[in-house]
Design a protein around this ligand. Sequence first.
Ligand code: NAD
Ligand code: MG
Length: 388
Amino acid sequence: MRRISIFGATGSIGQSTIDLIKRDPSRYQTVALTGGANIKLLAQDAIDLGAEIAVTAYDEKHDELRQALAGTGIEVAAGQAALIEAAARPADWIMSAIVGAAGLAPGFEALKQGTTLALANKESLVTAGPLLLAQAAKYGARILPVDSEHSAVFQALVGEDIAEVERVIITASGGPFRTWPMDRLKSVTLAEACKHPSWDMGQRITIDSASMFNKAMELIETKEFFGVESAKIETIIHPGSYIHALVGFRDGALMAHLGAPDMRHAIGYALHWPKRRDLPVDRLDLAKLGQLQFEAPDDRRFPALRLAREVMETGGLAGAAFNAAKEAALDMFIAGQIGFTQMAEVVEQVLAQMSADLRLDNVQLSLDAVYATDASARKHAFKIGKSI
Ligand code: NAD
Ligand code: MG
């Protein structure tokens, strides 16, 4: 029996993970499940999976969770310290699927076990990539990518030498606004930004996909995880999302990973790695598909892609500032305080204002510096958001 924990169990990735676990319960023993405000779902899954402990991130939800699990024998806890404690509980496979920079600390703690961290939380790599990889190396832990593009690259690299990679091509669906007239983007509503044409995901990443901030994060994630220099990382718009990424080698060969847009593939690959097992995902009918479509990405329509290049060039703490500014801008967009296209304006201005403090020649990369940069970038972002 493998001992597994799921951080962000009540979210989109968490639920897809639980779906796979529930299909094969005799193979797994659930240690910790964590969630946020959806106590009903967290408690039900903790009962269904016979978890050792259920943790809500929010102190004010502690009582509700306690009541929901009264008499079950399942331990209950709440708050940040409890999340860290849960990450320290021995487990063989730990899913990091909290959304946002909040996923950083539990992931760092989980790596100390020297087992496997399945990483959906892309913010960990964007904000603190070198530190995360160093932590894994220090404790002999393995990180398996769960973002679909990075799982695809990882699979295309099996048996290959990364030194022979000429380019990595990350595909992007282009989101719902790919073909909208540019001047309409300003007035995109929250409801419009919450509809993704090919993937069913959590609200925040869905909006990030519409603005292409998600793709921007993924470019940075690629550089950090695979150690590929930014000049070798490309994006291609591929509506339909059948190809998840391609890896090009020095002899001109391109290895593509195709599959239905269903996160249970990438999650299942990380769960069963290094083996493959049956997964309940649709099989592609290529004849029915007929053709695959590609377009060059447009940096004017999606300034997030240009900003990602800037962040990759700067390195250091730029990723931490970028992510925090993006999270704050997203908060403001969701709250109706700024418009859709103003999210990129906010992030660009934060990066400009903080640029001197982000370069590695000026700063030492540490987790404390990442948190300080995160806090400062959010402050800058909210201030800028009020004035534009
Ligand atoms: P989601 O919003 O559906 O779920 C997020 C989870 O995190 C929930 O369990 C929520 O309770 C928890 N959470 C939220 N704020 C928290 C906080 N402050 N502290 C502790 N827990 C908190 O998100 P999702 O779509 O499942 O995405 C999770 C992560 O996986 C993100 O980093 C996202 O970028 C990444 N990812 C998601 C997908 C996808 O298809 N959904 C694909 C690739 C990568
Ligand atoms: Mg992705």
